[in-house]
Design a binder for this molecule. Structure first.
Ligand code: SF4
Length: 378
């Protein structure tokens, strides 16, 4: 056994904060050698470059969880993303069939900094969603409503969907999921991101007057009974604080400055930004669009800053701009730095995992139902 594995107590975080990145990188590499294929470090596309350079897998939240769950050797996951992503990794990596394959041995999932949350996910709390469901039941038949949660949500919301005939979606399959839902019920309650819900439903021909916004702090979400009876998609009043920063005037400014510019945005951006864009799509689609774009083409991209900078770096033959004049980055994800990663890995290797994300069995069971429904949607 190595010195790392022999450490008897939980290591404190404070000393790591004063270490230089070079030393932290060497120590992270040492733990990786130590644990070999039993450890997977997952890096979300929005993560900063220093952290991404240590990740085994890079992707969006769902891709990462699926890739990790597919590994037969993996026993530890360090998720360099945000809290809901680590929850999804725990649910998928420790689902019953996977546990059976490993004779009941769980994969330990750690989030290097517990403060790495998601402001959008925090905009819909389970008690608010349950209260909304009850309020809705006073006006419309909730048996005729499918709850749909964006994957960017707490496990408790995914479980709510699992219990109520609902489903999870990602930004790449939101339309297919809504179509699935409308085969079952005439209405959808979509949370927590109103913009993804609205932008997707508009493309399906649903109009804004059929999409009331549900404010969880007001009676009937701030709507009249008529609004609710007329509704097709009830949009939770939530948004991504990063993508909400992109504005229609940013698009117009680029079009004036660079006439041949192509505008590429994420569907978490507001409707007016999506309406003006040339291409709107998930993180995966944004990456694919730039990969396939001709050399010399010009792009202004409306998504998280670290991803745009990485695309710029990886495609020097294309002219790539950040759509907003102000910095829009995922500040909570940015909390995961090399100091937190090194600290959590050395504790993991020492047998004292810190910041373990463990979804309780009941919540995991119903979340999995909603996630599996999504997988069956083509
Ligand atoms: S970019 Fe937005 S939705 Fe994604 S993790 Fe950050 S706050 Fe949440």
């Amino acid at each position: 056994m190595s010195m790392v594995l022999d450490r008897p107590q939980t290591l404190e975080l404070a000393p790591y904060k004063s270490l230089e990145n070079d030393e932290l990188s060497q120590r992270i590499a040492a733990v990786r050698r130590e644990l070999g294929p039993r450890l997977l470090i997952l890096g979300h596309h929005y993560q900063q470059d220093e952290v991404i350079s240590h990740s085994d897998l890079r992707g969006d939240s769902y891709q990462l969880s699926q890739m990790a769950a597919a590994s037969s050797d993996c026993r530890f996951i360090a998720f360099c993303g945000v809290h809901f992503m680590a929850e999804t990794a725990d649910i998928l990596a420790n689902r019953p069939d996977k546990l059976a394959e490993r004779d009941g041995v769980r994969v330990t999932v750690v989030l290097p900094d517990m403060a790495a949350g998601c402001s959008m996910a925090d905009m819909a709390a389970i008690d608010q969603v349950e209260a909304a469901w009850e309020d809705l039941g006073e006006v419309i038949d909730t048996d005729d409503v499918t709850p749909v949660t964006y994957i960017n949500s707490a496990a408790s919301l995914k479980a709510f969907c699992g219990r109520h005939g609902g489903i999870v979606c990602t930004s790449s399959n939101a339309r297919a999921v809504l179509e699935w839902a409308f085969q079952r019920t005439s209405r959808v309650l979509f949370f927590p991101d109103q913009h993804l819900g609205r932008n997707t439903a508009l493309k399906m021909g649903i109009t804004n007057d059929q999409m009331p916004v549900w404010n969880p702090y007001e009676h009937l979400g701030g709507n009249t009974e008529d609004d609710l009876r007329r509704s097709r998609v009830l949009l939770w009043q939530g948004h991504c604080s990063v993508h909400q920063m992109f504005r229609a005037e940013h698009v117009r400014r680029f079009r004036q400055l660079v006439p041949e510019i192509n505008i590429l945005v994420h569907p978490e951006c507001m409707q007016e930004v999506n309406d003006l864009a040339d291409v709107s799509g998930s993180t995966g689609k944004i990456i694919q669009t730039i990969d396939q774009a001709p050399s010399g083409s010009k792009w202004a991209i409306g998504t998280e800053l670290h991803l745009v900078n990485r695309l710029k770096h990886e495609h020097p033959d294309k002219e790539i701009h950040f759509l907003s004049p102000v910095v829009c980055m995922c500040a909570t994800m940015y909390r995961i730095d090399l100091a937190h990663l090194c600290w959590s890995l050395e504790n993991l290797a020492a047998g004292h995992p810190v910041n373990v994300i463990r979804v309780d069995d009941e919540t995991a069971r119903f979340s999995l139902i909603a996630l599996e429904r999504m997988l069956q949607v083509k």
